[in-house]
Every structure is written in structure tokens, then in C-alpha cells.
Design a protein. Structure first.
Length: 613
């Protein structure tokens, strides 16, 4: 059973070699000229050491037979040796330069590929731990493994050429010497492959824990967590959680290192004993006069090259097979089919101006959960309407926005845009016509111009329009006070940055939304951290922006929600009421109850209790 398991693991490693060609193809796409030059130089590096060996052998033998005679033959071999040595040095330097530049280009190009693929993933994909683990592993390997595969292949090419060349020298003399030299490296490589597969399996298994350790490190090294970490004295606790994970890693890593050391020690000793025996044999046959001093040096050098090349080739093969297991992770991530891909681009219909949105019996569960976030929801919104959405936390308000933006696929019911199923339009078309401010909006560690301009990157350089959007959100007066104005760096990660309060960041996020030309504007709790004056300013401007468009906003503040044309009231994922503020209050239902609670924060019982305390 054990042998079968090992065999299956070894088979898996060799199957992974199919990624060699994909890796090489990728590298040629990066810079084909550099690749060809490096391969040619690798071949030369395989040939030149043996050429040096043979020339040195001839030089020494020529010296011995030319003593007291002409110096010309000696000079010839010496000049030839000097030329070959200089060419070898030159080749090594140029190849080193080309490899350094190529590695920089490879890391850049593959990171771009990884980022592009990540941008194609759906929110469902990002929330899938298995896919997220693949992303983490791909990210961890992209900077080193593809280039390592290439350099290892080069080492194999160079090593094989050197090995074959030096093997010819030994085989034409004593074939059994070469045979004796290769036995130990073959067995050693087999055990190296086993350990490499074991090490890879451990790395894969620890990915979820590694992500946790990264998160603990993130908590203590980023400013956004600083206040709460200090307020609750969490520093030591988080460090201990981090150490606990890494203590387990260290125990296993020591075990791997110990096994590598034992295998290395055993086979290194065997190789040394065999090498010493062959060296003694060469010295003996020289002593008996069977070969000349030049041959002695040539054969000893050939033995050294054979041993070094053979070990190098087999170690490189082991390393290559191990690297392929990691490369496999990278390509598996690139080959992922995204959750949202439905049909081909040609199947989509063109989306014009959005005039109507309709939810028909829409129900939705978040992936991996059994509870409905929305249940049997139906309503219609038409152009020119401003819709307010109200409900307790977790009632399904934000889920509506995510479904409209096609961040998730509707599995039950239908969402119609202009009387057509939303899935008939491309995600890009749908999102192009919507602008949103999420509750958890992004605080970009970029300039003011970038923070607002990212709402519409095509107009990113239009500073006048950016300032107009900032004026609508109430951020313009704040921006004008900054030393660098619109060019001010925001956040705290970079030098000369301007940190903002929660309300100021929210104004920037709203300005970003207003900057984007859209048919639908969605504000998800846009006034959560705003003062009443700023809130009124934003909603006054919001009404102007969405004139003759569709406006949707969620809020817990009834002073804001009651100005909507129509209010949708949600409770536990269901749409329980809809109508204007006055209509809903008169119905004396769930909305009226919520409105009464907010209008009168303390009922009589609470007032008495409050006064007693």
C-alpha cells in the first residue's frame, strides 16, 4: 500500500511536467530574443568546460614532450586555452545579465496576468475559500517558480552537454568508471523526489493556516486597525496567535530539513568514497606509466565534471518536478472558469438607456448558506423615480444592490431591465450604466484626483469635472484647504499623506459616484457617518443628479428616507410594505413601528428607568 501511494505521488509529479511547455511559451511571450540568447549561451556553457579540459590535457602533454624543443606547440595550446577561458567568462557574464533582466520582465508580466484574472473573478469566486487559496498560492509562486523552471531547464541542458562530453572522455578510456559514478546520484534523486513531493503536499495543506497568519500580521502592521488594537490591548494576544501557527510550521519544516540532511549525508558520503576510489585508481595507472600526466589531470577533471554534472542534472530534474507542482497551482488559477461567465459575448444584447427595472419573485441565498437573504421579492422602478429602502440590519437591503450589479447570479426568480432578463446583458454593460456607493466603500491610498476620478477613468484627467463632483458631495471646500489641493495624497501609507475622518472619506466616495455618468445611482447608507448639514447637502445634490434617471438609496434615518417617491420596506429578506412615507405611516404597519421607534427614542418605561439611573 505504501509503495502504491509513493508511486501515485511520483506519477502526479511527472504528469505535472505538461506545464513545462506552457511555462516556456509564457517566457517566450515575455521576450523571445532574450530567451534564444540565453539558451544558446547555456549550450556553450555545457561545451566549453569540456573543451577547456581537453585543451589543458593537450597543453600539459605537449609541455612534457616539448622540453628542450620548439615552444610553438605549447604556445598554440596556451593561446587556445586562454581564448576558450575568456569566451566562457564572457558567456557567463552576458547570460547573467540577460537572465536578470528577463526575470524582472517575467515577474512583471505574470503579475499582470494574475491581476487581470483576479479582476475577472466574481464575488462568489472571491468568497469561495478553495478559489481564494488557489489565488494565494498562485500569488506566492508567481515571482519565482516560472523563472526557476526555466533556469532549471537551462541547468539540465548545460549539465547534460557537459556530462555527455566528459562521459565520452571516460568511456573511451574505462567504461566502468563512468558507470560507477552515476549509480549514487540516480538513487539520491529518487529520494529527493519523494521528499520534494512530501514538502509540496505540506505547503498545500498549510495554505489556509498561512492565510490566517498573514491576517494576524496585517492586523498589527496596518494603520486602519491601530486604534482598536490599542484600545483593547490586543497586541500580545494577536502575536501569540501568530506564533502558535508558525510554531506548528517550524516543527514540520525542521522535520523536512532533518530528512533532507540525513539523505544528503548518506549519499554525499557514498559519492565521496566512490570519487576517492576512482581518483586513487587514476593515480595508480599514472604511476605505473599507463597514462601521461596530462591524461591524469584530464581524467581527474573529467571525473569531477561527470560527478558535478550528473548530480546537477538529477538535482535539477528533482527541482524541476517539484517546481512543476507549484507551477500547476499558478496555471490552475489562470484556467479557472469564472462563476459569472454565461455564454459568449456574441450572445448578449446591447443595453440602451435604462428606463425600467423589475424584480419578479426574486429569492437569493448567499453561496454556502441555507438562509434566504431575499425571499420572493417583487417590485418595479421606473425612470424618474427615487426609491428609498429601509429595514433592520440583515433584512436584505444591500443584497438588492449586489444582485442589480450582477455581483451574484439570481438563481430563483428574474430581474428584468427594460423588460429583458438581466442575464441577457453583459456584466460590463450593466455596470457601466450604474454608479454605486457601498457601505464598505474603498478608501484609496491615492490622490484626491484619483480617488474621485476612478469613478470614470476615461475622464480621470478632467479636473474641472472632478471638482464639480466634489462640490456636489460637499468635499470641494475640504479639498481647497489641502496644500496640494486636488493633487493631495490621501490616507496614511505614503509620504506627505492627508488622513481624513470617516465623514470626509464618505464625501469623497459619494463624489466618486457622482463623477460617473450613469442611468442608475445607488447610495447604500451614504450618510452613516455624516453630520445633518452634510447629509442634507448630499441629498439635495443627489436629487439633482438623478433627475430623469433612477435613484436608489438605503438609510436608517427616516428624516432622509421619507423624501423618496416610494419606499420599499424589508424585514428578514422579504418586501413587507411599499408606498410613500405618509401612506406607510397611515397603514400603521412595520414601517410605522420603525418610524415611531426612531421618532421617540425613549418610551415612558425607558424614560423612568433612565431617570432612576
Amino acid at each position: 500500500m505504501m509503495r502504491k501511494n509513493i508511486g501515485e505521488k511520483m506519477k502526479e509529479m511527472f504528469i505535472a511536467t505538461k506545464y513545462w511547455l506552457r511555462t516556456i511559451k509564457l517566457l517566450f511571450e515575455v521576450n523571445w530574443f532574450y530567451m534564444i540568447c540565453i539558451i544558446v549561451f547555456a549550450i556553450l556553457q555545457g561545451i566549453l568546460p569540456v573543451a577547456t579540459l581537453l585543451i589543458t590535457q593537450e597543453l600539459i602533454n605537449t609541455i612534457l614532450v616539448s622540453i628542450g624543443k620548439s615552444f610553438d606547440p605549447v604556445l598554440f595550446w596556451f593561446v587556445l586555452l586562454a581564448i576558450v577561458s575568456l569566451v566562457l567568462v564572457l558567456v557567463q557574464i552576458i547570460q547573467g545579465y540577460l537572465q536578470s533582466v528577463l526575470q524582472i520582465l517575467i515577474v512583471y508580466k505574470l503579475n499582470v496576468k494574475l491581476m487581470k484574472k483576479s479582476s475577472e473573478l466574481s464575488l462568489t469566486d472571491f468568497e469561495n475559500p478553495e478559489i481564494y487559496d488557489k489565488l494565494q498560492r498562485a500569488q506566492g509562486e508567481v515571482g519565482t517558480r516560472p523563472f526557476q523552471v526555466f533556469t532549471t531547464l537551462l541547468s539540465i541542458i548545460t549539465g547534460i552537454i557537459t556530462l555527455l562530453s566528459s562521459a565520452v572522455v571516460l568511456i573511451t578510456w574505462k567504461w566502468w568508471v563512468f558507470l560507477l559514478l552515476i549509480i549514487t546520484p540516480i538513487i539520491s534523486t529518487y529520494y529527493s523526489l519523494k521528499i520534494g513531493k512530501w514538502e509540496f503536499d505540506i505547503q498545500v495543506q498549510r495554505t489556509p493556516k498561512f492565510r490566517k497568519s498573514w491576517y494576524y500580521s496585517f492586523l498589527l502592521t496596518k494603520d486602519i486597525n491601530y486604534k482598536e488594537i490599542k484600545a483593547f490591548n490586543l497586541g500580545e494576544y494577536i502575536v501569540n496567535r501568530y506564533k502558535k501557527i508558525y510554531d506548528d510550521f517550524i516543527v514540520m519544516d525542521k522535520k523536512i530539513a532533518r530528512r533532507k540532511a540525513v539523505v544528503g549525508l548518506i549519499f554525499s558520503c557514498l559519492e565521496e568514497i566512490i570519487g576517492l576510489f576512482i581518483t586513487l585508481f587514476i593515480i595508480f595507472v599514472t604511476f605505473t606509466g599507463e597514462i601521461l600526466i596530462g591524461n591524469l589531470m584530464g581524467y581527474m577533471k573529467a571525473v569531477g565534471l561527470c560527478v558535478t554534472s550528473f548530480k546537477g542534472v538529477f538535482n535539477s530534474i528533482a527541482s524541476l518536478l517539484q517546481n512543476n507542482l507549484y507551477i500547476k497551482q499558478f496555471f490552475e488559477f489562470l484556467d479557472l472558469e469564472t462563476d459569472m461567465s454565461v455564454g459568449k459575448q456574441d450572445d448578449y444584447i446591447e443595453l440602451g438607456d435604462i428606463k425600467k427595472i423589475e424584480f419578479q419573485n426574486v429569492s437569493f441565498k448567499y453561496p454556502g448558506t441555507q438562509k434566504y437573504a431575499l425571499k420572493n421579492v417583487s417590485f418595479t422602478i421606473k425612470k424618474g423615480q427615487i426609491i428609498g429602502i429601509v429595514g433592520e440590519n440583515g433584512s436584505g437591503k444591500s443584497t438588492l444592490t449586489k444582485l442589480l450589479l450582477r455581483l451574484y447570479r439570481v438563481e430563483e426568480g428574474t430581474i428584468l431591465i427594460n423588460d429583458q432578463d438581466i442575464n441577457k446583458y453583459s456584466e460590463e454593460d450593466v455596470r457601466k450604466r450604474m454608479s454605486v456607493v457601498f457601505q464598505d466603500y474603498v478608501k484609496y491610498e491615492l490622490t484626491v484626483q484619483d480617488n474621485i476620478g476612478l469613478g470614470n477613468v476615461k475622464s480621470l484627467q478632467n479636473k474641472e469635472r472632478i471638482l464639480q463632483s466634489a462640490e456636489k458631495s460637499g468635499a470641494k471646500s475640504m479639498i481647497e484647504q489641502f496644500p496640494e489641493g486636488i493633487n493631495t495624497q490621501l490616507g496614511s501609507w505614503f509620504a506627505e499623506s492627508q488622513q481624513l475622518s470617516g465623514g470626509q472619506w464618505q464625501k469623497i466616495a459619494v463624489a466618486r459616484s457622482f463623477f460617473k455618468p450613469a442611468d442608475i445611482y445607488i447610495l447604500d447608507e451614504p450618510s452613516a457617518v455624516l453630520d445633518p448639514i452634510s447629509e442634507k447637502h448630499i441629498f439635495d445634490k443627489f436629487f439633482n443628479v438623478v433627475e430623469d434617471k433612477i435613484g436608489i438609496f438605503t438609510s436608517h434615518r427616516f428624516s432622509t428616507i421619507k423624501i423618496a417617491n416610494e419606499i420599499l420596506v424589508f424585514d428578514k429578506g422579504s418586501l413587507v410594505e411599499k408606498g410613500s412615507h405618509n401612506q406607510l405611516v397611515e397603514q400603521n404597519g412595520y414601517y410605522s413601528k420603525l418610524y415611531g421607534i426612531q421618532a421617540s427614542p425613549f418610551n415612558e418605561e425607558n424614560k423612568k428607568s433612565y431617570q432612576m439611573n
